[in-house]
Design a protein around this ligand. Structure first.
Ligand code: ADP
Length: 255
């Protein structure tokens, strides 16, 4: 009896002490999250200003520029665009960690939206001589956060474009099953080695470090896509073959 009592007190003591020991760690973690969120937020404004300033400079003096200046300006615009995307992603992840992102669940027909989102990639596809094929049903009413689902589609299409060489094909397929809807984005790109497949959904993980760096990647897109899909109680997986291509499959339950 005394032994049981002693054990119970010992367990209680160690539990309350470990809880106390966690407080400074949690505080530091919290402060770090807050710092990341604040820093990303503060960086957004100067980046937006830089972006619009480039447009003004181009509009007012564009005709006087030498080809070299034009090239430098275009590179600067690219870099600022890349930094803006990175900051946006960091801000979103910091907010997701602190649980301050609200999902707005609405019911909508995904088909016309998906057509629009795919269309947004057409000009990039033309530049890279990639053909995008779409296979959608007539209509598919889904429940979810429209903007966040758009973000998932953009991340996957952006990757499909980045990692598919010229003359490639990207297939976007949407189907409805009885309990869920399934979106597949299949490319004929470089593929992902088996040892990287389980890690590409981790933050800052890039399979082809050199190649993806050149493409302006930070390795945050898929971790955001996974977070959004899981917030919809769905799943995201990849099937890939090096040198042949990859298929990203998103499955989201209807309710
Ligand atoms: P990134 O911004 O680097 O593309 P992601 O998180 O979206 O970040 O992707 C992580 C890594 O997964 C990429 O760096 C790339 O190596 C690999 N990857 C993602 N999508 C594809 C794809 N469609 N084809 C080949 N590799 C891909």
């Amino acid at each position: 009896m005394i032994f049981i009592l002693f054990l119970a007190v010992a367990i209680w003591l160690s539990y309350s002490m470990s809880k106390k020991a966690m407080i400074p760690i949690q505080t530091v973690y919290h402060q770090q999250q807050q710092f990341l969120a604040d820093a990303s937020h503060e960086l957004r404004t100067p980046l937006t200003i830089m972006n619009t300033s480039f447009d003004v400079i181009e509009l007012e003096h564009g005709e006087d520029f030498t080809p070299y200046t034009k090239e430098v300006l275009a590179d600067m615009k690219d870099e600022v665009g890349r930094m803006s995307r990175l900051v946006q992603h960091l801000l979103l992840l910091a907010r997701s960690d602190s649980g301050s992102v609200q999902f707005e669940t609405v019911s909508f027909d995904l088909v016309p939206k998906l057509r629009l989102w795919v269309q947004a990639f057409e000009s990039l596809a033309r530049q890279k001589c990639i053909s995008i094929r779409a296979e959608f049903p007539e209509e598919l009413i889904v429940m979810g956060d429209l903007e966040r689902i758009k973000q998932v589609v953009y991340i996957l299409l952006d990757n499909a474009m980045k990692y598919t060489p010229e003359e490639g094909v990207v297939d976007v397929m949407l189907e409805a099953a009885s309990k869920r809807w399934v979106l597949s984005i299949k490319d004929t790109g470089i593929g992902i080695p088996e040892e990287d497949r389980s890690r590409i959904f981790d933050r800052f993980y890039r399979a082809e470090k050199h190649r993806s760096r050149e493409e302006g990647s930070a390795g945050l897109g898929l971790s955001i896509a996974k977070w959004i899909v899981e917030a919809h109680k769905g799943s995201i997986e990849v099937v890939s073959s090096v040198g042949h291509g990859s298929t990203f499959i998103v499955k989201i339950p209807h309710k």
